[in-house]
Design a protein around this ligand. Sequence first.
Ligand code: SF4
Ligand code: SF4
Length: 384
Amino acid sequence: MPTVTPMLEIAEMVAELGGGSLQVCMQCGTCTAVCPWNLVAENNPRMMLRQISLGLEGYESEDVWRCVTCNLCVARCPRGVEIIDVIRSTRGVMIDSGSVPATYKGPLASLHGEGNPWQGDRAERRVVAEELGLEELHDGHQYHYFTCCSQTYDPRNRRVARALASLLGVAGVSFGVRSDDQVCCGDQARKVGAEELFLELREINTRLLGSPEVSKVLTVSPHCLNVIKHDCAEEHLGVVVEHYTQVLDHALKEGRLPLRARVHKRVTYHDPCYLGRHNGVYDAPRNLLDAIDGLTRVEMRHSRESSLCCGGGGGGLWADVPIEKRFAVMRVREALSVDAEVIATACPHCISMLEDAVKVLDLEERITVSDVAELLAESMELTP
Ligand code: SF4
Ligand code: SF4
């Protein structure tokens, strides 16, 4: 990858693009100490921030593309530096200068052309929604179900969508989708610095979300949740957005989830960064797992606020990372160290990254990856 052209104005450009808190950094190094990249390679966000603020020559573009926006450094920074904003703004400057990792080009072009990063046909959303029996939204629905692109274009995550639709039906939650109009939430695009593309996608989605029919939004992906909550400003849109684990946890507490079958499995829960650290949802998925009769839940060393990222955020899903440097590989090993048979999670990107890690480690006979919705469906004897 080429070295970035030195730009003395880079700090101003980054600030203009949204990385304005850069100047309050006191160079304490906490961000570097906690960054999970240091478990597998050297990564120094402190140094990167210093170099960006001074506009110095010589920082390598690899440094800036590595961040998976796990939010651990932001959560621990004593000065409240929005490190992810600085990084994505710096990436924006690099994209404008024509420097973007080769593996990101296909997904970004697909987002431009088809409104999804999977290089899938736009019309496929309607086909899959019909296949899954998802109704189109009307004003009698309680929730606007904002579907994730992965559920349309990735057969593995489509299984989660199927399980979730059944669960919501049994729990008496009514919902509808906008399969002809919806596009990707754009979270990955934004985090890799493609701000204009993100704004195009956001404009389309906010028009849909701002429609008067339904004031509650349900997401399956924590990334969609995060965008609607923070980047689209849910209160400005006049909607309330919830992750599906929150909706089901509520149903559980009201006795609307009839869990019947025992599920004799030793399960560990992997906190998706965008559900946990970015949005503070730690208990709802755990409550749901704990309600399943026969299931034994164990915690990994890195959990809740200290959870280890799967490596899929901030463009990580599109990156080409050597096996030994994949966070998901470390995470699978960590799950094995507590003798888990199943890694449960609640994010389509985590499902993809962790399942891929299980495959490359050739551990499919030893450990599986399930969405919380799939385990609940199993305990409710719902056939996918
Ligand atoms: S933790 Fe915050 S203040 Fe400390 S070096 Fe990192 S960004 Fe700067
Ligand atoms: S967001 Fe996570 S991966 Fe990115 S610099 Fe901070 S700690 Fe490292």
